[in-house]
Write a new protein. Structure first.
Length: 167
């Protein structure tokens, strides 16, 4: 039979291991996808998607973004100004560390095969069964752990309204 001190050391080892795992798991990026808007730049319409890093300690790195219009079983992907972004800085006092990504045209498949442009997609977006889906994958700058964020929006009366995501 082992001595009591062996059990105490074993228990402390288990607690330290579990505590370290929980700490590392908590080191994931904290991103908020804000309400998009539609604007016009150079006579072309685009969808502006603001993304905020709400972490006050760490920056979110390697930001991957996907913007799509979903209508029933069809998905229309959009090209954004930056597909793979380096990092979003951490939140500081009196500063809003957001980056506005712009979806300015349909992807190559939609433009070459179906001859879609942004006006066609905005007509689809205005239909009642259509939603704007935004997916963001970000990596924590210290731990390297990643997390995917998704938010859906309905386009109602020229504004975007958040839809609760199903979990």
């Amino acid at each position: 039979m082992p001595e009591c001190s062996d059990w105490i050391i074993f228990g402390l080892g288990v607690l330290v291991t579990v505590g370290w795992a929980i700490y590392l798991y908590s080191l994931r990026p904290k991103i908020i996808i804000a309400n998009p808007s539609i604007s016009e730049q150079n006579k072309n319409k685009c969808i502006n998607v603001p993304i905020l890093n709400v972490s006050t300690i760490f920056r979110a790195s390697r930001i991957l973004i996907e913007i799509a219009i979903v209508q029933k079983e069809y998905t229309y992907h959009l090209k954004s100004d930056i597909q793979d972004f380096a990092f979003l800085p951490r939140k500081r006092k009196n500063e809003d560390p957001k980056r506005v990504f712009k979806a300015y045209k349909p992807n190559d498949f939609l433009t070459t095969i179906f001859d879609f442009d942004m006006d066609n997609l905005l007509v689809i977006l205005n239909q009642p069964d259509s939603t704007l889906r935004i997916r963001v994958h970000a990596t924590h700058s210290f731990s390297g752990l990643g997390k995917a964020f998704e938010q859906n929006f309905k386009y109602i009366n020229s504004t975007f309204k958040k839809i609760n995501n199903k979990k």
